[in-house]
Write a protein that binds this ligand. Structure first.
Ligand SMILES: Nc1ncnc2c1ncn2[C@@H]1O[C@H](COP(=O)(O)OP(=O)(O)OP(=O)(O)O)[C@@H](O)[C@H]1O
Ligand SMILES: [Mg+2]
Length: 870
C-alpha cells in the first residue's frame, strides 16, 4: 500500500536505526511513531494520537515541542532506551520536495553528555565484554569525562569487577549475550545489554579501529599490545561510540590498562552489606559511607572519592602516601580552608573539556572553564605551603594554563547568553571586523530613529512610524487619518483596516545593509567562537590532567575535613596481620542515632593465632550486626588512606573483605533464599586467603535449626583448620552452641554484646566484651516490637517447654490445654505435637530407603499419607 513520502522517509531512517526510539524532527516538533509513540506516551506522559499515512492508513503518533527535548530526552534515557535524534538537515524554505533529514546523534544510557541524565558524582560507563574462556576482555569508557580503560580478567571472578565498575550500558557480541547477561546478574548490575553485531569484536577490525582512532602504529604505548580479548572489547567500544556520536571523539585521547590487582575486591554482596555507596533500604545515597564522608567541592573530586572507597588499596606504600597527605591537611586548618575555597571555584573540568571537544559546549561553559582554570595557579600557591612529598608532587604536576585562560578571557564576554545564536558572545575588542559590523548594526538603530524623525517633520505626520516585520522588512506605517499627506515617492506595500504601509528606496537600501550586517555578525561570531573552541580543545590533555590532580587534592582535603569534623584518628597500617582497634565507632550509625542517644565505642583485637576467629553472641538488637559491619568499614576506610572513627588503631593490611549477612537482613527481593546464602558462603570458603577478613552475620539461619547449626559449625571449623583459608573471621550468631568451639579450637575466641536485665526488660548496653551470651531475649524484643501480649505469653510457655527439651506428660497436657484455649480464642496455632505420633515416627524410622525401588518408595509414601489422615 502506498504511503505518504514523509512516512516513507521516516520508515527508511527508522530501519537504519533499529533498537532505538527515533525522535523525528518536523518543524518545531519532535514526533514519534508506531511502537516508539507508545513508548514515548508511556514514559513521557504525552498524548498518543494518530497520523494519516496516505492509503496505508493511520499510524500512532506522539510528539512534543522541540525545546522540550532537554527535559524529555533524559527521561527516555533513564528509562533505559536508546534515543536517536533525527534532525532536518536543510532549511525547509529552500528544500525542494521533502526536507532532507538524518540522525545526528544516538543517546544511550552509556553514551550521554546531557546534564539532565548524568549524575555529577558518578561516572557513567559504557562497557564492552568479550569472552574467550577461561578469560574475558573488558573495556569501559566514560565519554563524558574521557576516561577509557581496558583489562583482561579471569572469567570466574569477573562479576566482582563488573560490580565495582557498575556500568550503565554493556556491549556484547550477539552470540555471547546470554553468558554476559549471567555475569551481569551475578554482579547485581541492571545495565542493559545493547545488541551489536559480532564482527565489531573481530580481532583485526578492533585493533584497526583503535589504531585509527588514536592515530598510532601499535598499541604498545598503552601497554595493551598483548591484551588479547581486552583489545577486542576496546575496539568495539570505539566502534560503537563512533556510530552513535557521529561527532569527534578527540577527548578520548588515551586508554589505560586497568590494574585490578592493586585494589581490594569488594564483591557485590559486600558492597551492598556495608552500604558503601548505596543504601540497602532504597538504594539511595542517604545512610551510606559515601554520604557521611563526602566533603568534596568539585564534581570530579566527588567521583574520585566514590572510586576510592569502592576500591581500597592493597599495598602499604600508596596508602601511607595518602595518609600522610591527609595528616598535613588535618593539622593545618588554614590550608584546608584555603583549598576548600579555591576548589569551590572549580567546575567539572572533565565534562567541560569533553563537551568542548565534541562541539557541544555553550558560551557559558567556556566561561566556566576559564574560571576553573584560573584556580590552578591559586592551588599551586596553596600547596607550596605544605612540606610533604605527596603535596609537592601534586603541585609540580599541575599545569597553570595561562595562555588558555588569557585567550578565553579576551575572547568570550563575561556574561554571555546560554546559546551562541543569541549573539554578544565574543567580547568587544577581540576582533576589529566584528566590532565594525556591530557598530553598523547599532548605528543602524540610530539611523532608523533619525529617519523616522526627519520623515515626520517632512510630511507633518506626527504618528508616522517606522517598523519591521519578517515579511516586508522595514516599512513606514501611516494611519488612514493622514492618508492625503503621504508623499508621492512612498510606495504602498500593504493596506490594513486603519492604516497603510509603505516603503521607500532609502529604507530598502538601509535594510539591505542592516540585514546583511546582522547575518555577517552572526556568522563571524560563530566562526570566532569555533576558533576559540578548537584552540581550547588543543589543551585537552593538560586540562584532563589538571582535572585528575584537582580531584585528588579534593579527595585528600575531604578526608581531612571529615577526620576533623567527626573526630577520626590516623590508623597505623602495616603487614603485621593484626587488628588492634580501641574505642571505635561505626562511621554511619554514629551519625544517624536519634538525638540523645550516644554511640557506644568498642574495641577489636584479632591476630593470626589465638584470636583469629571470633564468635559473637548476644541478644537480638544488642548490636552484633553493627559491630560486624563496623570492622569492615574501619578496614576499608583505613586502606583508602582515610582516617577512621577510633581512639587508636593498628590494621594489618587485608586483601579482601567478605561478608555474608543473614537471609532476613537481605532486602533484595528473590535473594533471601537459603540457596543464595550457601552460594555466598561457598564463594567465601573457596576464595578467602590468610590475609582476608570475613564477616559472617548469622550464617545458616535460612534453614532448620539443626541443619543451620551444623553448617555454621562446619564452616567455622573449615576456616580454622585450613591454613590457606585462615582468614580473620568475625561470626555473629544466635547459636550459642557454637561457643563450645572455643574450648576445642585454639584460634577461636568468644565475645558477647552485653545487656542488663531489669524488671523483666532488657537494657542494651551495646558493649562488646569477652565471654558468651546465654539468652537471646528474643521474646522481650518481640514485646518491645508490640506483638500481642497473648502471643508473647504463649511464646514464653513454649520456650520453657522447649528448653526443658523432653516434655513431661503433665506438660504435654498443659501445653495441649493452652493450645486448645488459644484455638478457641481464634488463634492460628502451629501444633508442636503432630510429630509425637510415635507409631508413625517408628514406621518412618524403620524404612530402609536403600532397599526400596522408586515404585515401592512411592507406594510407601502413599500408605503413610493415608495413615496420617486416619
Ligand atoms: N555501639 C552502639 N552504640 C549505640 N547504639 C548501637 C550500637 N550498636 C548498635 N546500636 C543500635 O542498636 C540497633 C541494633 O543493632 P544490631 O542490628 O547490630 O543488632 P543485632 O545484635 O544484630 O540484632 P539481631 O540479632 O536482631 O540481628 C542498631 O540499629 C543501633 O541503632
Ligand atoms: Mg543482626
Amino acid at each position: 500500500m502506498s504511503q505518504t513520502p514523509l512516512m516513507a522517509q521516516y520508515y527508511k531512517i527508522k530501519k537504519e536505526n533499529p533498537d532505538t526510539v527515533l525522535l523525528f524532527r518536523m518543524g518545531d516538533f519532535y514526533e514519534t511513531f508506531e511502537e516508539d509513540a507508545k513508548i514515548a506516551a508511556k514514559v513521557l506522559g504525552i498524548t498518543l494520537t494518530k497520523r494519516a499515512n496516505g492509503a496505508a492508513g493511520e499510524v500512532p503518533l506522539a510528539g512534543f515541542p522541540h525545546h522540550a527535548v532537554e527535559s524529555y530526552l533524559p527521561k527516555l534515557v533513564r528509562a533505559g532506551y536508546r534515543v536517536a535524534i533525527c534532525e532536518q538537515l536543510e532549511d525547509p524554505k529552500s528544500a525542494k520536495g521533502i526536507v532532507k533529514r538524518g540522525v545526528i546523534e544516538v543517546v544511550t544510557p552509556g553514551v550521554v553528555f546531557s546534564d539532565g541524565v548524568l549524575d555529577h558524582k558518578r561516572n557513567n560507563y559504557l562497557m564492552a565484554v568479550f569472552i574467550s574462556a577461561p578469560v574475558a576482555g573488558v573495556a569501559f569508557c566514560d565519554i563524558s569525562t574521557g576516561d577509557f580503560f581496558l583489562f583482561d580478567a579471569d572469567l570466574a571472578t569477573l562479576h566482582d569487577r563488573i560490580s565495582m565498575i557498575a556500568p550503565s550500558e554493556v556491549l556484547a557480541p550477539g552470540k555471547q549475550r546470554g553468558e554476559v547477561q549471567a555475569l551481569l546478574d551475578k554482579a547485581g548490575c541492571d545495565a542493559r545489554i545493547t545488541k551489536t553485531e559480532d564482527w565489531i569484536f573481530n580481532r583485526e577490525y578492533a585493533k584497526e579501529t583503535l589504531l585509527k582512532h588514536f592515530g598510532t602504529v601499535n598499541l604498545k604505548g598503552f601497554g595493551a599490545e598483548n591484551l588479547e580479548p581486552a583489545v577486542q572489547a576496546a575496539g568495539a567500544v570505539i566502534h560503537y561510540l563512533t556510530e552513535t556520536q557521529k561527532a569527534q571523539l578527540t577527548h578520548l585521547n588515551k586508554m589505560q590498562v586497568f590494574n585490578a590487582s592493586g585494589y581490594m575486591v569488594l564483591d557485590q554482596a559486600t558492597k551492598r552489606n556495608l552500604e558503601i555507596t548505596s543504601s540497602m533500604t532504597d538504594g539511595g545515597r542517604e545512610g551510606t559511607l559515601f554520604a557521611v564522608l563526602d566533603k568534596t567541592e568539585t564534581p570530579m573530586g566527588g567521583r574520585l572519592l566514590k572510586q576510592w572507597i569502592s576500591a581500597p588499596l592493597t599495598s602499604l606504600e600508596p596508602v601511607r602516601q595518602r595518609q600522610n597527605a591527609v595528616e598535613v591537611l588535618f593539622s593545618n586548618k588554614k590550608m584546608r580552608e584555603k583549598l576548600k575555597k579555591s576548589l569551590s571555584g572549580v567546575g567539572d573540568l572533565e565534562r567541560l573539556i569533553s563537551r568542548i571537544c565534541t562541539g557541544r559546549a555553550t558560551p557559558r561553559e567556556l566561561v566556566a572553564l576559564k574560571y576553573s582554570l584560573m584556580e590552578v595557579p591559586e592551588l599551586v600557591k596553596i600547596l607550596a605551603e605544605a612540606d610533604n612529598p605527596v603535596m609537592a608532587t601534586l603541585r609540580s604536576s599541575l599545569t597553570p594554563l595561562g595562555e588558555l585562560t588569557t585567550k578565553l578571557a579576551g575572547a568570550i564576554s563575561d556574561n554571555p547568553p546560554a546559546a551562541l545564536a543569541e549573539g554578544n558572545v565574543i567580547r568587544r575588542g577581540y576582533s576589529i571586523e566584528l566590532d565594525e559590523l556591530r557598530e553598523l548594526l547599532y548605528s543602524g538603530q540610530d539611523w532608523i530613529a533619525d529617519f523616522q524623525r526627519t520623515e515626520r517633520e517632512r510630511t507633518g505626520i506626527s504618528s508616522l512610524k517606522v517598523s519591521f516585520n519578517k515579511v516586508f522588512g522595514y516599512y513606514i506605517e501611516i494611519s488612514n487619518a493622514h492618508k492625503e499627506k503621504v508623499p508621492p515617492e512612498y510606495i504602498r506595500k500593504q493596506t490594513l483596516v486603519n492604516a497603510e504601509r509603505y516603503i521607500t528606496p532609502d529604507l530598502k537600501v538601509y535594510e539591505e545593509k542592516v540585514l546583511h550586517a546582522e547575518e555577517n555578525t552572526r556568522a563571524l561570531e560563530a566562526e570566532l567562537f569555533n576558533d576559540v573552541r578548537i584552540f581550547t580543545a588543543s589543551y585537552t590533555e593538560q586540562v584532563q590532567n589538571n582535572a585528575k590532580l584537582i580531584a585528588m587534592i579534593d579527595c585528600l582535603n575531604s578526608f581531612a575535613e571529615a577526620a576533623v569534623e567527626y573526630n577520626y584518628v590516623k590508623p597505623i597500617v602495616n603487614d603485621s596481620g593484626r587488628i588492634e582497634i580501641k574505642g571505635s565507632r561505626h562511621p554511619v550509625v554514629e551519625r544517624i542515632l536519634p538525638p540523645g542517644e550516644k554511640f557506644t565505642p568498642n574495641d577489636y583485637s584479632m591476630d593470626r593465632e589465638g584470636s583469629r576467629i571470633i564468635i559473637l553472641t548476644g541478644p537480638n538488637m544488642a548490636g552484633k550486626s553493627v559491630y560486624l559491619r563496623q570492622l569492615g568499614l574501619l578496614v576499608l576506610l583505613a586502606q583508602t588512606g582515610s582516617f577512621i572513627p577510633a581512639v587508636s588503631a593498628e590494621i594489618g593490611m587485608i586483601d579482601r573483605i567478605f561478608t555474608r549477612v543473614g537471609a532476613s537482613d537481605n532486602i533484595t527481593a528473590g535473594e533471601s533464599t537459603f540457596l543464595v546464602e550457601m552460594q555466598e558462603a561457598a564463594n567465601i570458603l573457596n576464595n578467602a586467603t590468610e590475609k582476608s577478613l570475613i564477616l559472617l552475620d548469622e550464617i545458616g539461619r535460612g534453614t532448620s535449626t539443626f541443619d543451620g547449626l551444623s553448617i555454621a559449625w562446619a564452616i567455622t571449623e573449615f576456616l580454622h583448620e585450613n591454613p590457606r583459608r585462615a582468614a580473620k573471621t568475625l561470626f555473629a550468631t544466635h547459636y550459642h552452641e557454637l561457643n563450645e568451639m572455643a574450648e576445642i579450637f585454639s584460634g577461636i575466641k568468644n565475645y558477647r554484646v552485653q545487656v542488663r536485665e531489669f524488671d523483666n526488660k532488657v537494657i542494651f548496653l551495646h558493649k562488646v566484651s569477652p565471654g558468651s551470651a546465654d539468652h537471646s531475649y528474643g521474646i522481650q524484643v518481640a514485646m518491645m516490637a508490640g506483638l500481642p501480649p497473648e502471643v508473647t505469653a504463649r511464646a514464653k510457655e513454649i520456650l520453657i517447654n522447649l528448653e526443658g527439651k523432653e516434655l513431661t506428660p503433665y506438660e504435654v497436657k498443659k501445653a495441649k490445654k493452652a493450645q486448645k484455649e488459644s484455638e478457641d480464642r481464634g488463634f492460628y496455632q502451629l501444633s508442636l505435637f503432630e510429630f509425637t505420633d510415635d507409631a508413625l515416627r517408628k514406621e518412618i524410622a524403620d524404612i530402609k530407603v536403600e532397599e526400596l525401588t522408586p515404585m515401592q518408595a512411592l507406594n510407601k509414601l502413599d500408605e503413610l499419607k493415608k495413615k496420617l489422615k486416619e
